[in-house]
Design a protein around this ligand. Structure first.
Ligand code: SF4
Length: 286
């Protein structure tokens, strides 16, 4: 596969990610609208659903906030990671102009905007080996309003599931309408602070229609979702029964003296796309 073909595929993936919302999220929004009884909340949900429909029809970004771009790449054994990294950066620059995307990468010291969504360590690119023969790329655009209310907490080591629930609800109450609800929550528990953050991010990547394979954690996900929707924050923070449309939790074993918990928020504009690129240059979007 040549570099130019890969670049066009990545640009296409960024465009899809920016201008569509995955089917599991659209389904959850439509179900929420069916259940919601608060008039203002219903109006907000209708506006959100119509916004997504228009973005997909006109192939324009779902939100003006590009967010920060993340790329998760699964590589076959002989793939050239450095070439793929360079191609992702070039594709991001071209996608910024072609789609167009709001340039969102600013220098952390001076605040100067790079103008093309590429800067020091952004887009964030992670590689992991895969046993297959294709390169698998997941593009994720993470909005700033939702990211700003992320929470990291060290719970007392004796806390159980009840402590996790209380801490997530506390983070949701503090966030209020800031993350543009209805939100999807990615919760990471255990390991250490860094591991919990990585787990929370992984949780956000999982479709909200899928529950954790551990039944205890799956039940926790359902219970947190119910509790979050009892807070009354509602769509865009204007009240109602739909504050979240999904809660995914990932866990790791932890140090006996530590109980790290991370809550990552994603707004309703969940923008993630996965594409498989085969050696002959063909691609398959999921
Ligand atoms: S948090 Fe999400 S919906 Fe809100 S402005 Fe940012 S990207 Fe848009």
């Amino acid at each position: 596969m040549d570099e130019e073909t890969l670049e066009r595929i990545i640009i296409k993936a960024i465009k899809r990610a920016a201008s569509t919302v995955p089917p599991d999220v659209k389904f959850a929004l439509s179900q929420a609208l069916r259940r919601e009884t608060n008039d203002i909340a219903r109006m907000q949900l209708e506006a959100v659903i119509e916004n997504i429909r228009l973005a997909e029809e006109k192939k324009l970004p779902v939100c003006q906030d590009t967010g920060i771009l993340y790329f998760y790449v699964r590589l076959p054994q002989l793939a050239d990671a450095e070439l793929i990294r360079k191609t992702i950066l070039n594709a991001t620059i071209k996608a910024t102009y072609e789609i167009p995307l709001r340039p969102n990468a600013v220098d952390s010291v001076t605040g100067e905007n790079s103008g093309n969504n590429v800067g020091v360590n952004v887009p964030w690119i992670e590689f992991e080996p895969s046993g297959g023969d294709c390169v698998e790329i997941t593009v994720f655009l993470k909005g700033g309003g939702a990211d700003n209310v992320s929470a990291l907490e060290s719970l007392p080591a004796g806390e159980g599931l009840g402590g996790i629930k209380r801490s997530v609800i506390k983070a949701v109450m503090k966030a209020g309408g800031g993350p543009c609800p209805p939100v999807v929550l990615g919760v990471g528990v255990g390991g250490g602070a860094y591991i919990a953050m990585k787990l929370a991010k992984r949780a956000l990547m999982r479709p909200i229609s899928e529950r954790n394979s551990d039944p205890r954690i799956a039940q926790l996900e359902n219970e947190i979702l119910e509790d979050v929707n009892r807070t009354g924050i509602g769509p865009m923070g204007l009240g109602g029964e739909t504050t979240a449309i999904g809660v995914n939790v990932e866990v790791a074993h932890r140090h006996p003296a530590s109980y790290p918990l991370v809550v990552l928020f994603n707004c309703y504009a969940v923008r993630r796309v996965k594409v498989k690129v085969f050696p002959d240059g063909k691609c398959q979007f999921e």
